[in-house]
Each structure stands twice: as C-alpha cells, then as structure tokens.
Design a protein around this ligand. Structure first.
Ligand SMILES: *Cc1c(COP(=O)(O)O)cnc(C)c1O
Length: 365
C-alpha cells in the first residue's frame, strides 16, 4: 500500500506562479490522466477556487467523471472525440477540441437538432504532426466550419513539440505557422474567445506564445520540464510507505530475485512495501534511493512486484513499521526528476504511474 500525499498548498503556489508568468492570460489547468496521478477531482475544485475559467482533460470519460462529481465548469476535451461520442459530449456540456470535419459536422448536426450552438476549440497542427488540421487542410476546414451555424468556435489552438528546449528552432517555426492560422481565422470573420498554444515550458520560455490562455500541466505538479529562470515550483506529490520487515543479513548473501546484489559484509536490510506493480520502476533496482528517518537508503537487489529491499546500514535504529519516503521529501535523490533520469523517462510518466491503482491511498493536505 503506497501512501500518496498531495500538498494542495503547493498546487496553489504553482498555479499562482504560472499566473505571475502569464498575467494577461486565462489559465486552463491540465488535469488529464487523473491529474497526472495526483487526483483529478480535488485538483479540479482547487483550480476552480483559484479562478480557472475552464479545465483541461483528455478524453470524454474524464469529462464525464467531472460531471459525476458535480463539477459543472467548462471543460476542454484535449484529445478530441470520435463522431459517435459527439452526442454525449454535448449532453455533458463538454467542449471538444476539433480537428476533423467529420466531428465538426456531427456536432453541428446535433446543435441544429437541439436548437443551440455547440462550443468547440479548433486545433491546428503547426509541426508536431499529432492532432490538428495541417496547414494544407486549414483554409478549407476554417471556411467550412465558419459556415456551420450551430458551432461556436470558442478557441483556436496548437500544441508545441519542443518548447522545453529553448535552443530548438522548432517553437518559433510552429508559432510563425500559428500566426498564419490566426490570419486565416480572422479573415473568415470568426472571433474566438480564446487563443492558446502554451504548455508549461512555453509559459516559461515563450511569452509571445501566451496569447490569452495558457495550458499548464506539469508545472502545476511542481516538476517543470526545463530551466525555470528563478521561478520556484513546489513538488505536490510525496509518496510514502513503510518497512514491513527489518533483518540482519550475513556477509555473502544474495538479495532478492537473481541475487543481483550480494552483501559485502553483514548488513541491516529493510523490506519496503511497494514494488513495480505500484509504479516503482524495476530499472531502479540497485540504483534508486529512498529515505528512512530522513536519511538516504539505497535500493539493493531487484525491485519486486510488491516490495523493494533497502540497505539500512546508515539507519541503525530503523524498525518494522517505520515510514519510508519513496518520492519527494525534499532531496534531489528522491525527486521525480532523479527517478526519471535513472529510468530513462520524464517526471510526467513517474507521476502517472505512481499515483494510481487500487493499492494507492491518496491523502490531501
Ligand atoms: C497535456 C497537455 C498540456 C500540458 O502540458 P505540460 O507540458 O504538462 O504543461 C497542454 N496542452 C495539451 C494539448 C496537452 O495535451
């Protein structure tokens, strides 16, 4: 059982840090994937209390989850919808991101049938080659959608592929293409309320990408993807567990599956509950570090499905039942960035894997 502690004050702090960086833009907090593993519902409420006009989720099911929990605010479906999901999106007053004419037509048809205008955000692919009308498709798409009387184009957006790398020319290239899209939109007479391109990294590095709405995700969770130029973001998630067993192991004994660690001398070894089934990546075997009584204790042997063994030599008083900090706790070695470095990934994936599953108990403070 992992204990995942969510620090709501840190979340608010990060939200305010984003506000200070983009004072003229509305904030669309991105809480897809269960709030990057932090818990979507409570963070949604917190973000709305802080004045966010709209929430960013991924798929229809996440939007429905907001409504089930009585969150009635506007919510943008960032991953778009399939045509057959259009009716439900409308029913739950969720705002789809639209990047296909087929979906636009279907939404327009439903709007006409119900005698109302359906709000959508149009997405353009300016160089990431993921979602969005390409520049080749844009002229025709905008012209056709502008004529759909039961659609209301509330937003125009694109997504940046390399904003975390300010040396890369790709962001300027994408933003130049986006300016062309905006020209096109203007010419058709559409007057979108929101123009948005910036994820966390672009909020930090590309002021001219802010327009009048920004879409922070990872920065709100306290792990900005690049240099923060002195802006402080606070980690929101702490992951804790406990020692289920503590023993003296003699010299020359193998630790765990395949004995990838052999005790060089007599050692105190602890067994921590929580393994790869809980999001503790097996690549942390013999590499990662946890904290016991505030002291770093190295992982020894292979990470198991449910457990991890640690070297308690530096914490002679450690006993079964004692708390173990796996992630967080204020040291670099137990930061999401360090976990990511050791396991060949990015903090995003660390969070998404740690905060979920039936054996996780989430606690908010
Ligand atoms: C996930 C997502 C974001 C948030 O990105 P971060 O790098 O976490 O700030 C913004 N926009 C879109 C379209 C996304 O899918």
């Amino acid at each position: 059982m992992l204990n995942v502690r969510i620090d709501l004050a840190a979340f608010r702090h990060n939200l305010n840090a984003v506000k200070a960086l983009a004072p003229n833009a509305a904030i669309l907090p991105v809480i897809k994937a269960d709030g990057y593993g932090h818990g979507m519902i409570l963070l949604a409420r917190e973000a709305l209390k802080c004045g966010a006009p709209m929430l960013g989720v991924g798929v229809l099911e996440e939007g429905r989850a907001l409504r089930r929990d009585k969150i009635a605010s506007p919510a943008l479906l960032l991953d778009g919808i399939f045509p057959e999901e259009a009716a439900e999106a409308v029913k739950y007053r969720l705002t789809p991101v639209v990047f296909s004419l087929e979906v636009a037509k279907e939404l327009n048809r439903i709007g006409k049938k119900e005698g109302k205008k359906i709000a959508v955000h149009l997405k353009f692919d300016t160089g990431m080659s993921r979602l969005g009308f390409t520049l080749n498709e844009a002229t025709e798409a905008v012209a056709l959608i502008a004529k759909m009387k039961n659609l209301s184009v509330e937003g125009i957006m694109t997504h940046l592929a390399s904003s975390g790398d300010p040396q890369s020319p790709q962001t300027d290239h994408q933003l130049r293409r986006f300016e062309m899209v905006l020209e096109l939109v203007k010419k058709t007479g559409l007057k979108p309320l929101y123009i948005h391109t910036a994820n966390s990294a672009a909020i930090l590095h590309y002021k001219y990408a802010h327009h009048n709405m920004v879409r922070p995700g990872i920065a709100l969770y306290g792990a900005p993807p690049s240099e923060t130029k002195g802006v402080e973001f606070k980690p929101v998630m702490t992951v804790a567990s406990r020692l289920i067993s503590v023993k003296e192991i003699s010299q020359g004994e193998g630790i765990g599956y395949n004995a990838t660690y052999v005790t060089p001398r007599k050692k105190k070894v602890g067994v921590v509950l929580g393994g790869y089934a809980d999001g503790v990546n097996r690549l942390l075997s013999n590499r990662g570090v946890f904290l016991v009584h505030g002291k770093p204790v190295p992982i020894i042997g292979n990470v198991c499905m449910d457990m991890v063994m640690v070297d308690l030599s530096r914490v002679p008083s450690a006993a079964p039942g004692d708390e173990v900090i796996l992630l967080g706790g204020g040291t670099d070695e137990t930061s999401a960035q360090h976990w990511a470095d050791l396991t060949g990934t990015i903090p995003y994936e660390i969070f998404c894997r740690l905060g979920v599953g039936p054996r996780v108990q989430r606690v908010y403070k």
